[in-house]
Design a protein. Structure first.
Length: 282
């Protein structure tokens, strides 16, 4: 049985990291849901916009695999960029889509956790004041509909870079949202907060860059694994990333990667066949 995780929130959950800036993560036991079926994970996982890129979910899944070498993990991408809590209201399109996708995943997996990152679209004192009330309604209804009352919910803080970016005037009160997210985690069972301290952004000053997404995924996993809040950077997060990047590929994974390179036209058929033959003999 696949262990699956629901990805919900806005663009920093969907991911906008530039893939060229980080080593790839490829593992045949990390899957993502497409059209109700499981496929081997490739980035972008959460293709909500043409600008979709690296998200925290890939390093979260890879860190999970370090502790669960015999098991398979599945990611259920449902995040949508630029969306507010009101857009995620119970009964709305985003909420119903997440429920629908999660129910499809439950046919062949067991949902083990919810990954949430959202708040940039609610960065005003008025919206922040109502954040916990609105978010509680969403999460309670989601748990009820999917019968996942006790699975951990991991929620991440907003980046400290937000007020310094090109649209910084819209994020002056981002710390109010972070405060509400922390308070929510402290006042609700099976919920844990993850800090975005010391993380950097893309040039837009809004979205975590690829490396920061990787680090954030490590933090999300530690919060999930240890069932505790993460208020400060983790001492060994870079070492964990290096372990993930340096994981040797199994022969089948090498063949899958070769097939992909051939399918997108990066290698000629003769080279493909020669390399495939060599891999088959390993």
């Amino acid at each position: 049985m696949t262990h699956s995780f629901l990805m919900i929130g806005q663009s920093n959950m969907a991911g906008r990291g530039y893939a060229k800036e980080v080593p790839p993560i490829f593992d045949e036991h990390i899957k993502m849901q497409r059209n109700g079926l499981w496929q081997i994970m490739s980035e972008p996982i959460n293709y909500d916009r043409p600008s979709s890129g690296v998200s925290l979910a890939s390093s979260f899944a890879a860190a999970w695999r370090l502790d669960n070498e015999q098991d398979e993990i599945g990611l259920i991408p449902c995040a949508d960029g630029g969306t507010s809590l009101d857009d995620w209201a119970v009964g709305g399109a985003l909420f119903e889509n997440a429920v629908s996708q999660a129910r499809l995943a439950q046919r062949t997996s067991e949902i083990k956790g919810i990954l949430w990152h959202q708040g940039e679209s609610d960065c005003s004192p008025e919206k922040a004041e109502k954040y916990q009330e609105k978010f509680s309604e969403i999460i309670n209804a989601l748990r009820q509909k999917l019968n996942i009352h006790e699975v951990p919910l991991i929620i991440g803080g907003l980046g400290d870079f937000l007020p310094k970016g090109i649209l910084g005037q819209y994020f002056t009160h981002y710390s109010l949202v972070n405060r509400e997210l922390e308070h929510f985690a402290q006042s609700h069972e099976n919920c844990y907060f993850v800090t975005a301290k010391d993380l950097d952004s893309n040039p837009d000053g809004i979205h975590f860059n690829a490396h920061s997404q990787r680090v954030l995924g490590i933090r999300y996993y530690q919060a999930y694994r240890d069932l505790k809040d993460i208020f400060n950077p983790i001492a060994d997060e870079e070492n964990t990333l290096n372990t993930i990047y340096n994981r040797p590929y199994a022969r089948r994974e090498k063949i899958k990667l070769l097939e992909y390179e051939f399918a997108i036209g990066n290698i000629e058929s003769k080279d493909y066949l020669n390399k495939l033959t060599a891999l088959s003999q390993e």
